[in-house]
Design a protein around this ligand. Structure first.
Ligand SMILES: Nc1ncnc2c1ncn2[C@@H]1O[C@H](COP(=O)(O)OP(=O)(O)O)[C@@H](O)[C@H]1O
Ligand SMILES: [Mg+2]
Length: 361
């Protein structure tokens, strides 16, 4: 079976690493000459709106999936004429736009931060008057790793903020004083079967995910699964879906969903019986889903900007390096490590050992 992937970054690369043993081949459509998934499949180097190359991709593959959600809706609609596309066009339309996404949460009775649509500075002033400060102004589309957003704490922050984000459609959200951030990686098959990985506790640095630690028997697991289940059913979702939540007052507020494999699920490569990458491929290919059970304790630490010396990383017991083969650059995710152990104190000690390598790098 040949899988077409829109986007050729590290997520595509890890999809190929998971799918190749299942007998799958891959073609990645990505305009970047140095797309790092190209090492693991065919690289169709073209823009996402290039219909000739989209048609070529559709002709070559059995189905198309995505490694990022900011794909133009027309691209998805065009491909869907020729080849099955998972997750479906509607899932991408909702997940790529923070206004549609939060409106869907509200409709499904899933708690969110207060939010308002902002199409102008006047809208922003009105939204601040009703939601209050502090707040977070975010572009509706194309934001990632904390880009395309601004925390507003004072009237001075509000003045001109709409122009600062590029005068594009935005939403204002109330600032959430969360006790923690957790995410749920879920998978739904073509037949509607759903499975969930354990909730993961996430720590961000400058808006970028740094550390994910998989939980055991998290008290909010059932609630998170209920919320994710509602979304997947509503969208008739097929594939892996990641759901980011804020933990507040012993409950959850929905932050965002990602209609794809997710950075907070990378630990599953070595830390779960079947990884998020393999489960995504099983789901879109119509294969039975794999077990989402955790194997011992597990965490994922991102390497941002550069990967520490390989010999030092792999010298740490049960520490598994994933080097994406990308050029090193400040603020760019260039690799991660999955860190495992039989118990939590050992896991924490090993995480500290890897963190010490980053501090020195
Ligand atoms: N409403 C909010 N209140 C408090 N912190 C927020 C809020 N929205 C986002 N953040 C912080 O910024 C991070 C990135 O925001 P997010 O909406 O998840 O965008 P991205 O698409 O960049 O991941 C979140 O993980 C959280 O730490
Ligand atoms: Mg996020």
């Amino acid at each position: 079976m040949k899988i077409g992937v829109i986007g050729g970054g590290q997520l595509g690369r890890m999809l190929s690493l998971a799918g190749t043993p299942l007998g799958m081949n891959f073609a990645f459509l990505d305009p970047a000459p140095d797309a790092c998934a190209a090492a693991l499949g065919e690289h169709i180097r073209a823009d996402y709106g290039d219909q000739d190359h989209l048609r070529q991709l559709a002709d070559e593959v059995d189905l198309v999936t995505f490694e990022f959600e900011s794909v133009p809706a027309e691209t998805v609609a065009f491909l869907s004429q020729f080849v099955p596309v998972y997750p479906c066009a509607e899932s991408l339309r909702i997940a790529r736009d923070r206004w549609f996404e939060k409106s869907m949460f509200k409709e499904l009775g899933i708690p969110t931060p207060a939010f308002a649509d902002v199409q102008s500075q006047a809208d922003l002033d009105a939204a601040v008057a009703s939601i209050g400060l502090p707040g977070v102004l975010k572009t509706r589309t194309l934001g990632y790793d904390g880009k395309g957003q601004k925390v507003l704490r004072s009237a001075e922050d509000v003045a001109g903020a709409f122009a600062e984000l590029g005068s594009v459609p935005c939403i204002l959200e109330g600032f959430v004083s969360f006790t923690g951030e957790v995410s749920l990686v879920a998978v739904r098959g073509r037949d509607g079967e759903t499975r969930f990985y354990p909730l993961v506790h996430n720590t961000h640095e400058s808006g970028i995910l740094r550390l994910s630690v998989a939980s055991s028997n998290h008290p909010l697991q059932a609630l998170a699964e209920d919320y994710a289940g509602r979304v997947m059913q509503k969208l008739d979702y097929v594939g892996v879906l990641a759901f980011e939540f804020f933990e507040v007052d012993g409950g959850l507020k929905a932050n965002e969903i990602a209609p794809r494999v997710h950075n907070s699920g990378h630990w599953t490569i070595e830390g779960a019986e079947c990884s998020q990458f393999e489960n995504h491929l099983r789901a879109v290919a119509g294969l039975p889903l794999g077990s989402t059970a955790k194997v011992g304790e597990s965490a994922m630490l991102n390497f941002i900007g550069e990967v520490p010396p390989v010999d030092k990383v792999v010298a740490i017991a049960d520490c598994h390096l994933h080097h994406y083969g990308k050029a090193f650059k400040d603020g760019r995710k260039v690799g991660h490590a999955t860190i495992r152990s039989a118990d939590l104190p050992t896991l924490k000690a090993r995480i500290a050992d890897v963190e010490a390598l980053i501090a020195k790098a």
